[in-house]
Ligand binder design. Structure first.
Ligand code: AGP
Length: 608
């Protein structure tokens, strides 16, 4: 997810663009840039890092330009670097473009351009589009953009300017938001209204498949096939803060409710339910190495470690490969035994966690093949891994990890299926799992609709200072994750463990009214979980259960039941964690805690 701003009017564009980028920085912040159209040329300025780094590079060139575009990046193809930062330009340097989205067929388009003698200089998919527009340009920018977009597969929100047509700005949208603010003799284009409402509340929302050409005298909207479209002007009601938060009170809430979309983005282009095949471009070249794998070691910290623990179950269950999960902080110092055929998988949202990076280096030192499962493109862990799979879930702002966790699970399920299909997983079983995985975004939306009921339920327990979270099998790591979520944002002490383990000591904690959360979805240990629930109830515990839709047995045992759709066991963690994220979130809000920035915590622990 990136941030785009464009301006055309009668005022200097640059300060408006910079201010707009700062309002969109939450959408991505690994590099930034702008393009200013003036004096028959385009001035480009780009920098790695936050907007402030870009500001420090601005000189007086183009300071009086009244047309410009700007971009703050969340890298998807090609790490954070000045070369990969937007705007990207055509070979002539007279057309500049900024883009939010993913050009899925960029490799084929890059080959086509090379056959025309046009070579891209960056690693990005976006530059391909800028070069393609330059290739089609013959004096009509709007038509060149149209011609290029007809060749594109994927998603985009773009803004394009040309030194040869300094009086206009062309925009187009498919799958990534674009809004046009209507001022007095000026127009501001942006990814969301946060960059606009300082100047005007009158906006139009471009829809997928639509384009717009903006001049100082007005704007035209049309389809990609040049059919004119009339757009309704609406007034933005939200405050600025609310817009950055998408109308939510906290980034954590925004990211919890974003998960149907973020999981869908993680899965996009990687699943073929008909063939029962998963395509993971980042490790495609390692098929033989992975087929020779004899052992998998997951290494991570915190929530990412919980994802690794689910991965352990997945790889043993689906790929029939011995797997284990190691805290990176322990792995790095215990002189681990790494035999031939060992694959180490480092999991990290930020890609900068010091212990995980050190564990990765230790594993490489001992000869393991190291893969990264990372969200931040171009991060240190991503760069130092031999190969890997990106989450593509967009920047995660809330310190407590939510959408990154479910995207980590989605990637690990895909990796296990990919590996399993090369080993003992049948075509039919592969198709069954992939079909279920493809349905998760819709199912997640259904689960999240229980948010109000969860808040209602948690209200009566927010002063209980000790909780237990219990689960078995695939849901044991989810019990750990649920406990961590509650601890880190509401400061309530909680402990997760395998449900059976409770009898080996922790049951002594159970007292009258103690909240105990069970993940009790339909699984081959369901009856055992029910027995554990009985054991807790008989000692006065209050049961909060996550169960499978249609389970009526559990309603007689639990004070509160939150349901998830019936899916194969390997897929259950993706859904079972959602009620627990909401439970922790509501508990923290009701206790007046700082949800997005909990005390003592940092989003990325880059120190030991
Ligand atoms: C997650 O809610 C925590 N904030 C924390 O445990 C986090 O998962 C851990 O620090 C690992 O971070 P990483 O995924 O960026 O490596």
């Amino acid at each position: 997810m990136c941030g785009i701003v464009g301006y055309i009017g009668h005022r200097p564009a640059r300060p408006i663009l910079i201010e707009g980028l700062k309002r969109l920085e939450y959408r991505g912040y690994d590099s930034a840039g702008l393009a200013l159209v003036h004096d028959d040329r385009i001035t480009i300025r780009r920098s790695v890092g936050r907007i402030a780094a870009l500001e420090s590079k601005l000189d007086d060139k183009g300071s009086d330009a009244i047309v410009g575009i700007a971009h703050t990046r969340w890298a998807t193809h090609g790490g954070p670097s000045e070369k990969n930062a937007h705007p990207h330009v055509s070979r002539s340097g007279r057309i500049a473009l900024v883009h939010n989205g993913i050009i899925e067929n960029y490799r084929a388009l890059r080959t086509f351009l090379e056959q025309q003698g046009i070579c891209c200089v960056s690693e990005t998919d976006t530059e391909v589009l800028a070069q393609l527009i330059g290739h089609f340009y013959d004096g009509n920018l709007e038509q060149a953009v149209r011609d290029a977009l007809h060749e594109v597969q994927g998603t985009y929100g773009i803004a394009v300017v040309s030194a040869d047509e300094p009086d206009r700005l062309v925009a187009a949208r498919k799958g990534s938001p674009l809004i046009i603010g209507i001022g007095d003799g000026e127009y501001i284009l942006a990814s969301d209204a946060a960059a606009i409402i300082a100047h005007t509340h009158q906006v139009i929302y471009l829809s997928d498949g639509e384009m717009a050409t903006l001049t100082r005298d007005g704007f035209r909207t049309m389809t990609l096939d040049a059919v004119p479209v009339t757009k309704e002007v609406t007034a933005v009601e939200f405050s600025l803060d609310q817009i950055e938060l998408g109308g939510h009170e906290h980034f954590m809430a925004k990211e919890i409710f974003e998960q149907p979309q973020s999981i869908a983005t993680t899965l996009r282009g990687r699943l073929d339910p008909r063939q029962g095949v998963v395509t993971l471009g980042g490790i495609a070249h390692l098929a033989r190495d992975m087929a020779r794998a004899r052992r998998i070691i997951f290494t991570a910290q915190g929530t990412a470690w919980h994802a690794g623990l689910v991965g352990e179950y997945l790889f043993e269950d689906i790929a029939k490969l011995p797997a284990e999960t190691e805290y990176a902080s322990e792995f790095r110092y215990r002189n681990p035994v790494i035999e031939d055929g060992t694959v180490v998988i480092a999991i990290s949202q930020s890609g900068e966690t010091a212990d995980t990076l050190a564990a990765l280096r230790e594993a490489k030192e001992k000869g393991a093949l190291v893969l990264g499962v990372v969200n931040a493109v171009g991060s240190t862990i991503a760069r130092e891994s031999d190969a890997g799979v990106y989450l593509h879930c967009g920047p995660e702002i809330g310190v407590a990890s939510t959408k990154a966790f479910t995207s980590q699970l989605a990637v690990l399920i895909m990796m296990a299926i990919r590996l399993g299909r090369r080993r003992f997983l049948s075509h039919d079983e592969g198709c069954r799992l992939i079909r279920a995985l493809a349905e998760v975004p819709n199912m997640a939306s259904r689960v999240l609709q229980q948010s109000d009921a969860i808040r209602e339920a948690v209200q009566q327990y927010i002063n209980r200072e000790n909780w237990l979270f219990l689960g078995r099998g695939y849901n044991y790591p989810i019990a750990l994750e649920g406990a961590l979520k509650l601890k880190e944002i509401s400061y309530i002490h909680a402990e997760g463990m395998p449900a059976a383990e409770m009898k080996h000591g922790p049951i002594a904690l159970i007292n009258e009214g103690m909240p105990v959360v069970f993940i009790a979805t339909q699984c081959h240990q369901y009856d055992k979980v029910i027995s554990n629930i009985e054991e807790v109830r008989s000692r006065g515990g209050r049961i909060i259960a996550v169960a499978t839709e249609g389970d009526t047995e559990i309603t007689s045992l639990a004070e509160h039941v939150f349901y998830v759709p019936d899916v194969p066991e390997p897929i259950q963690p993706l859904l079972a964690v959602l009620p627990l994220q909401l439970l922790a979130y509501h508990a923290a809000v009701l206790r007046g805690c700082n949800v997005d920035k909990p005390r003592n915590l940092a989003k990325s622990v880059t120190v030991e």
